[in-house]
Design a protein around this ligand. Sequence first.
Ligand code: MG
Ligand code: MG
Length: 289
Amino acid sequence: MRWMPGASPFSPADVARKDFYKTTAELRLMVAPGLATLASLDAVRAVIRPGLTTLELNEVADAAIRAHGGVSNFQMVPGYRHTVCASVNDEVVHGIPGDRVIQPGDIVSIDSGADVGGWSGDSAMTIVVPDPARPELVAARQRLSDVTEGSMWRGIAQLAVARHLNEIGAAIEDYVESQGDFGILTDYIGHGIGRSMHEEPPVFNYRVRARGPEVKPGLVVAIEPMVTAGGIDTVIADDGWTVATVDGSMAAHWEHSVAVHRGGIWVLTAADGGASMLLPLGITPMPIP
Ligand code: MG
Ligand code: MG
């Protein structure tokens, strides 16, 4: 989600606002859209290969969402007509599916979301397409994706123990900084999610001055670091959507929707609630009661 520069992070009004905390009954309704969103990304992962167009990937994702009784919530965003965003190489986010053909060695970020029963899921993944002729290029791009994914999981793990939301951004920033020379986008951030895909509160992928809203049962957030192998300045293409790096550096994007409930946290867009990635970080996700 785009963050408007100059807007005050976590204004007192945001922090005081309680309406983004959901009831346990509402959290239960967010399980199905999470799983439909997951299915759409799994479907793309299963088919992606050189020669397919990004529009063909979009159709695969759309069919998976419909098979799970959902509809694309990206199509509910004013002016956007597709089910996923497909962002290739120096494109970071919001790439519009079209006739671009996937090439060996491409680093492709797919962002998808499903609405089931009036509730939303939102998740993204980055895939590096194999290229046996360029192992070093593939390894560098995979490393970028792995650092980005790792930072997302550290942000999610922090959510399980945090008092305030700014701790999530701090965990993401600290991890990325520890891994080498990477850039975290600051103009695009995560967000609350519920009946709409984009809700309060903003979820930064870096430290901000204010500690942010309280982390407590009922908070549901989409945590989505966007990381580049170079600078963090971006430009929006003539299509009005595609966000690309100014310096042409490669970019990765990972995202999960995560619920905080009275028993712990649960990653709504992962089949195991995030267990396989969180257990090594000392966190045991718990199903929504
Ligand atoms: Mg997303
Ligand atoms: Mg999002």
